[in-house]
Design a protein around this ligand. Structure first.
Ligand code: ATP
Ligand code: MG
Length: 315
């Protein structure tokens, strides 16, 4: 039985070969790489040793197979990924700007994973689950949102904690309806793993500490703010702790936050203390950006612990 469950998009990523390459000009791309924020998260959670499951759908094609093969190899239970005969697997194309920003073209909502709905949620899967992890990027249509709401309901019934990464994409920043759905999930979450601007976007409170206080007063147990190469900050009712940034050469930033989340939730699921979990997650996020491809830099727990020991040894 899975201790950690997530739901949402599984896709392949096709990446521009050169920085500065544009979508409206012909150029070379590399891929397919297994991807999708929930998939990257759950792959990393499995690599860190927890029992994991992802609820999703792919097409009966190579893009679906490359994902299922990778997730299976890394220990994820893939039995709740439906292989749909009449749909194709999701795809994201990505280009990189000179300033480090990325541009995406997504084929998600009209792909196989766009078919996820309430019927995908099975009560028995939630009976012994410790964490239901929700990615904001998964709110790409009403079907998935309704499935997530059903998952939240079952989580509450079974004492499963809800962890949430708002993962707000610039594509939805002006979409009030989607924002409201994310806010709804935010206030029901026990653990929030957010980027620096995301709490402001969702709570309307500009000051970070005040927005965290608002959540903690509302019942959130843990908030972690992710700050890219500047590390992270852990907040609980009783402590504020800075997560050390682990210095690396960034090759591809995609997937760092998902990898951070997978490590953090998997570690606390196994009883690791919050501060150590954050630091291991920080290293995992850093390792993630050293490889081209969103899931290619995922790292197992033994390796993370080894780096952590060496790192605190030389601090
Ligand atoms: P995304 O949604 O694009 O995957 P995110 O905004 O959710 O990213 P980031 O803050 O980019 O998450 O990354 C998560 C964590 O990974 C950071 O808090 C940090 O610990 C680590 N990390 C990310 N990028 C780097 C980097 N260039 N160098 C060192 N550590 C990094
Ligand atoms: Mg993110």
């Amino acid at each position: 039985m899975a201790e950690i469950i997530t739901i949402g998009e599984i896709l392949v990523e096709i990446m521009a070969k050169d920085i500065g390459q544009k979508f409206d000009e012909t150029g070379d791309f590399v891929g397919p790489f297994p991807s999708g924020a929930p998939a990257i998260f759950i792959d990393q959670a499995a690599k860190c040793g927890s029992n994991t499951l992802i609820i999703s759908a792919v097409g009966n094609d190579g893009f679906g197979k490359i994902n299922i093969d990778r997730l299976k190899t890394d220990g994820v239970d893939t039995s709740s990924i439906k292989v749909l005969e009449t749909q194709t697997t999701g795809v994201a194309f990505v280009t990189y700007k000179d300033n480090g920003d990325r541009d995406f073209i997504f084929h998600i909502s009209n792909a196989a994973c766009g078919k996820i709905n309430e019927s995908y949620i099975k009560e028995e899967e939630f009976m012994n689950c410790n964490y239901f992890h929700i990615m904001g990027s998964a709110i790409y249509n009403k079907g998935v949102y309704n499935a997530i709401l059903k998952g939240i309901k079952l989580s509450k019934k079974n004492g499963t904690k809800i962890s949430f990464d708002p993962n707000v994409r610039k594509e939805i920043i002006n979409d009030i309806e989607k924002r409201n759905l994310l806010v709804d999930i935010l206030y029901q979450s026990h653990i929030v793993l957010a980027g620096e601007k995301e709490l402001f976007y969702l709570t309307g409170v500009e000051d970070e500490q005040k927005s965290v206080e608002l959540l903690i007063n509302n019942g959130t147990e843990i908030v972690v703010i992710k700050r890219g190469s500047r590390g992270s900050t852990l907040y609980t009712k009783d402590l504020i702790e800075l997560g050390m940034p682990y210095k690396v050469d960034e090759i591809d930033p995609t997937g760092a936050g998902d990898c951070f989340g997978g490590t953090f939730i998997s570690c606390i699921n196994q009883g690791v203390g919050y501060i150590e979990a954050m630091n291991l997650a920080s290293i995992a996020g850093a390792k993630a950006v050293t490889k081209k491809g969103p899931m290619e830099g995922n790292t197992n727990l033994n390796e993370l612990k080894k780096i952590y020991k060496e790192f605190i040894g030389v601090k």
